[in-house]
Ligand binder design. Structure first.
Ligand code: PGA
Length: 231
């Protein structure tokens, strides 16, 4: 795993430029994308320029919330990225949290991802070190599955929808994330500094799921100076 640190006011431009170049060089890429606060300015910068019309997009995770909740990841991705693209991606694949058989749905999604794999997975860093909704305690070989959310994750969701208090969600498993050919972990802000410090220098293990990235050959952490202030 590599670490690249940018000035706070250069982070968005730099990472956006690289994403646009990545997709321009490989237009048919299979991309896994996160939602949340971290990628929002990056998506806003990239959306008017990037051409995803030949790309397949996989949505990283989803909360067990009713359709229409602004805190759902599919709603956030539409708001923050998809709605501002000049052309939609070739395909958009997401976990159906409303499926009658959620275990079968998770297996379907894992098969879809693994049949061709992921060229690039973008990730945010949870304050507790989670990746997607792979909360602390998750093994590196975990499949896509229904998960119980930790309290901090539930609280963060209510920032997007006051009434939303999801207890569960579905997430791409760590196994499929770590099988991605390339992974970019996006980390910004001083509130992530302590978690990033643990990620860079603490033990590798399930207590901090993001620590598994340290063993990945093509993972890069793109941090701003605020997030990197304790390194
Ligand atoms: P954030 O969330 O980008 O909203 O900080 C990251 C995460 O929890 O994965």
């Amino acid at each position: 795993m590599k670490l690249e640190v940018f000035e706070d006011d250069e982070w968005v431009d730099e990472v956006s430029r690289r994403w646009i170049s990545f997709v321009a060089a490989s237009p048919t890429s299979r991309l896994c994308l996160p939602t949340g606060e971290t990628p929002r300015p990056f998506y806003a910068k990239s959306a008017p320029i990037i051409d995803l019309s030949a790309a397949t997009v996989f949505l990283l995770d989803e909360f067990s919330l009713p359709v229409g909740s602004p805190a759902r990841c599919d709603a956030m991705l539409r708001r923050d990225l998809l709605g501002s693209l000049s052309q939609p991606p070739l395909a958009l694949e997401a976990l159906d949290v409303d499926a009658a058989d959620t275990d079968a749905e998770c297996m379907r999604f894992d098969r879809l991802v693994n049949d061709g794999g992921l060229d690039l997975t973008l990730l945010g860093l949870g304050g507790n070190g989670h990746l997607g909704l792979n909360e602390p305690g998750t093994a590196a070989d975990s499949p896509t599955r229904v998960v119980t959310l930790h309290e901090g994750t539930t609280l963060a969701v209510s920032g997007y929808d006051e009434a939303a208090r999801p207890t569960h969600g579905m997430t791409l498993g760590l196994q499929s994330i770590l099988d991605s050919r390339e992974i970019w972990l996006l980390v910004t802000g001083s509130h992530k500094a302590e978690t990033l410090e643990r990620l860079m220098s603490g033990p590798i293990g399930p207590e901090l799921p993001a620590s598994f990235l340290r063993d990945h050959q093509h993972a890069t952490v793109f941090a701003d100076k605020s997030a990197a202030s304790r390194l």
